[in-house]
Structure formats: C-alpha cells, structure tokens
Ligand binder design. Structure first.
Ligand SMILES: C[S@@+](CC[C@H](N)C(=O)[O-])C[C@H]1O[C@@H](n2cnc3c(N)ncnc32)[C@H](O)[C@@H]1O
Length: 291
C-alpha cells in the first residue's frame, strides 16, 4: 500500500489468496439468495464494486452468484482498472456465462449516490477502514433509498496477533504497543476524512440496522500459520506496512520500531510465529415487512 489511497498492484495480488480463503461462504450464499430473488428474464443482474482495485471481489464472487451478471467497477486508479478489465474478460457466472462489465475511473470522494442507480447488489472489499463515518453513512443511506442489498467484505477489525502452531496468541508488551500504535494510525485521513479504521464494520452494521435493514456479520480473518511460505511472503509485507505506520505515528520511536520489526521478521522467517489479522464481512438487506 502507498499514500493517498493508492494501492500497489503487487500488494493486492499478494493478499488475494488469503482474502479469498478468509471470506464468509454463508454471507456469499445470502447475497446469492438475494440475487436469485431479484433475477428476471429480461435483464442482467447489476452489481457495483466500489474501490474495485484489480477486481479481486468479482474474481471471488462471479462464479458463486447467479447470472447473467453486469458489473460496474469503480476505482480512481487507472492501472488497477486496466488489470480489472482484463480479468473480468475471463470470468464466468455460476451458470458458466461470461460477464458484462464496465470499468469507471472516478474518485469515490465525494460519494455520488447515483453510482448505485439500477444496481441489485452493491459490493466492496477491503475498503471501509479507509472511509470516514460520514462517507459510510451516506453510502448506507444511498443503499437504503434504492432498497439495495450490500455485501461489504474483508473490513479490517484493527486486531492482529502473532500466533503459534496451535493458533494461540503469542504476544508481549512490545506487540501490544505496536498494535495500539497501528490502530491509532488507522484513523488518519486516507482521502475520505478521518478514517473509521477498525470501527468500520460496527459503524456500517449499526447504520443499516438504524434503517430497518437486517445486517449479518461474520469473521473473515487471515490465518497465516507458522512456517508456511505464504506466512513469510505476506507476513513480511504486512510487517513492512505496519513498520511504516508505526514510524509515521511515532517518529520518535524509530529504534524501538526497528528492534521490534527485526525480532518479528526473524520469528516469521524461522517458522516460530504466524500471524492472524482480523476482518469482518457484512451482508445487509432490507428487513422483512419493509416496502
Ligand atoms: C485495499 S484496496 C482493495 C481493492 C479491492 N477491492 C480488493 O479487495 O483487492 C482499496 C481500493 O480502493 C481504491 N480507492 C482508495 N481511495 C479511493 C478513492 N478516493 N476513490 C476511488 N477509489 C479509491 C484504491 O485504488 C484500491 O483499489
């Protein structure tokens, strides 16, 4: 990841396997049921993916959801959109049909509610830690006004921990300091105003429920066990990102950060520790009895 909401394609591709393994199957099934109820013979189902990056979300969802599907992918990064477009050309829906799609280069700030016009399902993954409370509430309002369901996945909870081979947390005071400092950094403005960070999942769920929606959440943590190749590659990239955040948040603690990073890198490389990173998935749909 880099500054100003720009994400390196390498980072997004490195994390994709862990993302797809972590996602909630039951909430995906709920989204599928919702789309089955919306399906009609004379048009494709319309799905919007906000902050689509290189289309990891449609890559996971297309084959698990009914079709025919039309995807509208929104992002401000033209290089990621170019990758997304070439991926979409190779995807098929659950019935084996190719997708229709349209990639749009545009900023999500400010949110234009008309982005959701005509949609059946609005999706986003790994986006909401970046956004502000006001932006999230405006998005929920836009969904509610259009009676749309939403599938918002892989929102970081802000919790992460080093774990042993049994999945037990193994942490000391330095890990707790690093995590608290990282959590404080998450609230920094990422282009949307003061960021929600790990408060995003609860904020979204509460906003939907306040409008009479049924909001269901499921944990979708990355589980990177000690000694696995992916734990070393993705874990090293995670540590590097956490190190950047800690130095930015606490410039006076550079040595402390360097000492902590070196010890944790060695433990990952040596297969002594793995990492778990908390995320939450959310599916929200209009409540029963609502028009
Ligand atoms: C962590 S990435 C997630 C990408 C993708 N959804 C995935 O799961 O791999 C966040 C995405 O949001 C996009 N983004 C961030 N700020 C944005 C903004 N203000 N307007 C439009 N897109 C933005 C980034 O370009 C990036 O593709």
């Amino acid at each position: 990841m880099s500054d100003e909401g720009r994400f390196a394609a390498g980072w997004l591709s490195l994390r994709e396997r862990a993302d797809h393994l972590a996602r909630s199957q039951s909430l995906t099934d709920r989204a599928s049921d919702w789309l089955h109820r919306r399906a009609s013979d004379d048009r494709a189902l319309s799905l919007v993916d906000l902050g689509c990056g290189a289309a990891s979300n449609p890559a996971y969802l297309a084959g698990r959801l009914p079709g025919p599907q039309h995807w509208r992918l929104i992002d401000h990064d033209p290089a990621l959109l170019a990758q997304a477009s070439s991926r979409l050309a190779r995807l098929i829906d659950a019935d084996g049909r190719p997708l229709e799609w349209h990639c749009e280069r545009q900023p999500l700030t400010p949110l234009r509610p008309t982005l959701l016009d005509g949609a059946d399902l609005v999706c986003a993954s790994a986006l909401f830690d970046l956004v502000s409370r006001k932006w999230a509430e405006r998005l929920v309002q836009a969904c509610v006004e259009r009676r749309l369901a939403a599938l918002f996945t892989l929102s970081v909870s802000g919790d992460w921990a080093f774990v042993d081979a049994q999945g037990q947390r193994r942490e000391d005071a330095e890990d707790r300091w690093a995590r608290a400092t990282y959590q404080a950094h998450q609230y920094r403005d990422k282009g949307f105003g003061t960021a929600l960070g790990g408060d995003a999942p609860a904020t979204l769920a509460e906003a939907f429920e306040a409008h009479g929606y049924r909001a269901s959440q499921a944990a979708s943590p990355w589980r990177l066990p000690p000694g696995h190749a992916e734990t070393r590659t993705l874990g090293s990239a995670l540590l590097a990102g956490w190190g950047d955040a800690l130095r930015e948040q606490c410039p006076e603690a550079r040595e402390r950060v360097a000492t902590w990073l070196a010890a944790r890198h060695a433990a990952l490389e040596g297969g002594e520790l793995g990492i778990e990173v908390g995320h939450l998935d959310l599916f929200a749909e209009p409540g029963e009895g609502q028009p």
